[in-house]
Design a protein around this ligand. Structure first.
Ligand code: BGC
Ligand code: BGC
Length: 658
């Protein structure tokens, strides 16, 4: 159905029926069935010529407590009961990591979310839904969407204009599918790369995070939140998520304690001044750039879970920093405050959380919060403040005028233009770490190239976590170009490219029947996908399996180039000695031909390290303020390091454990 026609129908329907009940002079506890109405014209909140604040005030004045608490409730879509949106007056839904629709196409996302919106619009007041998802590197849950490099790679580009364009494209691909709210950007400033969320962050450096995150946020939100091509951004996770200490986490993902987090969701053990300068300052920039929702961190500070921090959430964020948007919890983050759920809810809402990402047991949350308001544990004014904030943002987003996306632009998802942008981002993100004998750029007319390694020909591995599944997945999980395919496309017709994941080329012989030696061996090694605390890692050494593949290819190639696919620096100090060239390619996403673009010299290297690269695990966590800049106590590669193909620099190699 045409969008305007659809909306006009809703409006007429609303005027004829439901809005008759909706313009009462209602006091807080008026039961819904006693509300009467004499309005015959458009209600103030439906009048798009009024400001979002005026409309929110009007709408708030018409709402029952139940309707207000419904607006504060964010539910994961797979937990929704039939008719629950209407029954509970839910205000927001989300797709968590891996929360896609079947079939996993933009059309089916849009159709399903439109049905949810229709259910919300048919409630007494017809308040549209926010629908959120983690489009943290493109619309990762949607098959066929373009997947950009994870933020660590974008940090290496140090290119704010690029980030803004990526934000625009991500907004379009997300909005087309019906998602109007993106849980991004991550503003974390990771201080310890053993953290499983390091790759979700741009840099260990606050200034880099601030510059790139605000550019991306401007891209997502554009000049007009109400445009059908923009989405609401959510800087996260407030605050100090990147500053937690190894071993301080108390989160065990599964009841059987199969996975115990080490650093993710742990304790940020810094004083307030450090918290403010290192971790908080990007939020001020994000607010100034127009952030209207902010997500709370699972971590703790000052002996208290962030979800319970009235001082930081209300006094600092909403008071001192002037944040007038709404604060949303993280996934069951409120539950972590206390084993007593009622106490947890009271504490969190009073601390300043406006919306609860419940995400599953919404009737429990709604019943408990209702009781807490009725018995005075949560003041009515706190509820009104929370709901006013949420509604104001919904009005700013134009959701009442245009609750569902235009349905005719699906071809934009994964379009050639969008993929070209991702390819550009990939080429700018690659960091040249070593280039002995200036072998890179490689010639396009070499006779023979061997390519090996598990990450060379795998869309899933090169995309990392938060791709189709929460944890990501190995294999052919979406459309795109693998690193191997990029190499094959880059070389001339005369070059024989042979691929074997394990580096076994025993059957490849030269014209004389001897084992063939390649001009170049390219081995692509590194990490396999993970997300959040499941990626907390005490040992970042290259695996034995990877080292074996590198060894095999070393023996069969004149020159050896190693590409590291990873969400953070890995320990490569010793093996690096034997490599002629090394490239950090991070988690490039679906358009890995951007790697061949720099490797074969079509584009020059511009990537520089957004994180300090350790020499040994024993250097972690870095004491950034007291690190030697030279010698063996220094990092293997410092922050900001990156060669160009004509640099004369080489890395300082030291014996292990010094
Ligand atoms: C993560 C958030 C994410 C949320 C919804 C949480 O586990 O910490 O970053 O936005 O899930 O998927
Ligand atoms: C969801 C993620 C969420 C995580 C939290 C997963 O099941 O898919 O979105 O972040 O749980 O633990």
């Amino acid at each position: 159905m045409n969008r305007r026609f659809f909306f006009a129908t809703i409006l007429v329907f609303c005027l004829l029926l439901s809005c008759r009940e909706a313009a009462p002079t209602q006091t807080e506890n008026t039961p819904i069935d006693t509300i009467t109405d004499d309005a015959t014209s458009t209600l103030a909140y439906q009048d798009a010529s009024l400001s979002p604040a005026e409309r929110a005030d009007d709408l708030l004045s018409r709402m029952t407590l139940a309707e207000k608490i419904g607006q504060m409730t964010l539910v994961e879509k797979n937990s929704l009961g039939n008719g629950a949106i209407g029954e509970w007056g839910l205000g927001a839904l989300l797709s968590g990591g891996g929360g896609y629709f079947q079939p996993n196409t933009a059309e089916s996302w849009a159709k399903n979310i439109r049905a949810y919106q229709d259910e919300a619009l048919s409630t007494r007041l017809g308040i549209p839904l926010l629908y959120g998802s983690d489009a943290v590197h493109g619309h990762g849950n949607l098959k066929g969407a373009v997947i950009f490099p994870h933020n660590i790679g974008l940090g290496a580009t140090h290119d704010a204009d690029l980030l803004e364009r990526i934000g625009q494209v991500t907004a379009v691909e997300t909005a087309v599918s019906g998602v109007n709210w993106n849980f991004a950007p991550v503003l974390a400033v990771p201080q310890d790369i053993r953290w499983g969320r390091t790759y979700e962050a741009y840099s260990e450096n606050t200034a880099v995070v601030t510059k790139l995150a605000t550019a991306y946020l401007r891209g997502l939100q554009g000049d007009d939140l109400a445009s059908s091509e923009t989405v609401l951004a959510t800087p996260k996770h407030f605050v100090g998520d990147g500053g937690t200490a190894w071993g301080s986490s108390t989160t065990a993902l599964f009841m059987d304690k199969q996975y115990v987090y080490q650093i993710d969701q742990g304790v940020t053990e810094v004083d307030e001044e450090t918290l403010r300068t290192v971790h908080l300052s990007p939020y001020q920039a994000a607010i100034d750039a127009g952030a209207r929702s902010i997500m709370v961190s699972f971590s703790s500070w000052g002996g208290m879970k962030m979800h319970a921090q009235r001082y930081l959430l209300t006094d600092v964020l909403k008071g001192e920093m002037g944040f007038t948007g709404f604060v949303v919890s993280d996934w069951a983050g409120i539950d972590q405050i206390s084993d007593d759920y009622e106490a947890a809810v009271v504490t969190a809402v009073n601390a300043g959380i406006d919306m609860n990402m419940v995400p599953t047991d919404y009737n429990r949350f709604i019943n408990i919060l209702t009781k807490a308001v009725e018995n005075g544990d949560v003041p009515q004014e706190r509820i009104d403040d929370a709901v006013r904030r949420i509604l104001t943002v919904k009005f700013e987003m134009g959701l009442f005028e245009n609750p569902s996306p235009d349905d005719n632009f699906f071809e934009q998802v994964g379009s050639a233009d969008h993929r070209a942008l991702a390819r550009e981002a990939v080429s700018k993100s690659v960091v040249l770490l070593k280039n002995d004998g200036h072998i890179v750029p490689l010639p396009k007319d070499a006779q023979r190239i061997f390519v090996a390694g598990k990450a060379a020909d795998d869309i899933g591995i090169q995309s990392g976590g938060w791709t189709i599944e929460w944890q990501g997945a190995i294999g052919n999980i979406s459309n795109g170009t693998t690193i191997l395919e990029g190499i094959e496309q880059a070389v001339g017709a005369e070059t024989a490219v042979t691929y074997n994941s394990f580096g076994k080329f025993d059957r490849i012989t030269d014209d004389n029947g001897n084992l063939a030696i390649a001009d170049y061996g390219i081995v692509v090694v590194g990490e396999t996908p993970y997300a959040e605390g499941l990626g907390d890692q005490a040992d970042l050494s290259l695996s034995e399996a990877d080292l074996t593949v590198i060894e095999r290819v070393r023996e069969r190639s004149e020159k050896l180039v190693v590409l590291i696919v990873s969400g953070r620096p890995l320990i490569i100090t010793e093996p690096l000695r034997d490599w002629d060239a090394a490239l950090a390619v991070w988690l490039p996403g679906t358009e890995a031909n951007g790697i061949a673009d720099v490797l074969f010299g079509d584009v020059s290297f511009q990537g520089i390290l957004p994180f300090t690269w350790p020499r040994t695990m024993s250097q972690l966590p870095f004491d950034f303020n007291n690190m030697p800049s030279r010698g063996c106590g220094a990092a293997l590669f410092p922050f900001g390091y990156g060669l160009s193909t004509d640099s004369m620099e080489t890395a300082v190699l030291c014996p292990p454990d010094q």
